[in-house]
Design a binder for this molecule. Structure first.
Ligand code: MG
Ligand code: MG
Length: 256
């Protein structure tokens, strides 16, 4: 099912987006050498509860995880790229941390992910990977103009990632957002332009390019959730929720 939001519903999704952006910015600023992933999860919980929002993760039991998830945020470190289950791990200098968060406000969802390096180190490969996902995300958003199709977004993201030299895994990608976190249409991180569902005002999409340094193959961690690169290489992930408007795409999860 593809949902088209009316202006009142979009206003609630905007609130969800502002909260997600604010929580992620705060968590990034607090994530330092010595921070435990379980602390980050508790901080996320406190901010979501204080805002009166609902977590999309705590009770989540999809087919691809060993549910329910039981935590408020995904914390993926180094070779972990998606669905990282918070656990007792203390961040070290140079770790590449991805935080992925979705909340619901007034019945409507926003979903966003950021990747960054912890501490003072600036490992060149990690910085390059984060930049590649951010540029691919920008390219995908720019392609989401009036009259565009889902394939145009996929093509823009895929072209940016390929030009940066990365392989693309097509098992997980972007998705529609609305009254639930994951819904149609699916947005592959590579594809052909001019194909697929035509974008309409009121459509909410989560675009989420993610890459692994030297492989396209994932393995699932023993925790039943965390997806890691099959080779143990580093990974990166960037995500925004956008609303399709008459003028183009409005990013709902930009920090203010
Ligand atoms: Mg997400
Ligand atoms: Mg998502």
């Amino acid at each position: 099912m593809i949902e088209i939001l009316n202006p009142a519903e979009l206003a609630r999704a905007r609130e969800a987006g502002a909260l997600v952006a604010d929580v992620l910015r705060t968590l990034k600023s607090r994530s330092a050498v010595g921070t435990n992933l379980l602390e980050i999860d508790r901080w996320a919980e406190a901010m979501i509860v204080e805002a009166g929002a609902l977590s999309c993760y705590v009770d989540y039991e999809p087919s691809f995880g060993r549910g329910p998830f039981g935590h408020y945020i995904c914390t993926s470190v180094n070779d972990a790229v998606l669905h990282g289950l918070p656990h007792d791990y203390t961040l070290a200098d140079g770790d590449l941390l991805s935080l992925d968060l979705a909340v619901s406000v007034g019945g409507f969802v926003a979903d966003s992910a950021i990747s960054f390096v912890v501490g003072d180190s600036r490992p060149p490969e990690s910085i390059a990977m984060i930049g590649a996902t951010e540029r691919a995300l920008s390219a995908g958003i720019a392609a989401a103009g009036p009259g565009a199709r889902i394939g145009d977004i996929s093509h823009a993201i895929g072209t940016a990632l390929h030009e940066a030299g990365y392989q693309i895994n097509t098992e997980f990608g972007g998705h529609g957002v609305g009254s639930t976190m994951h819904q149609d249409p699916h947005i592959s991180n590579t594809g052909r332009p001019g194909r697929g569902y035509r974008l309409r005002p009121g459509l909410l999409l989560a675009l989420e390019p993610w890459i692994m340094a030297d492989t396209a193959e994932l393995v699932t961690d023993a925790d039943g959730w965390t997806l890691r690169s099959a080779t143990g290489c580093r990974t990166a992930h960037s995500e925004h929720t956008i609303a399709i408007t008459d003028d183009g795409a409005e990013i709902l999860t930009l920090p203010r």
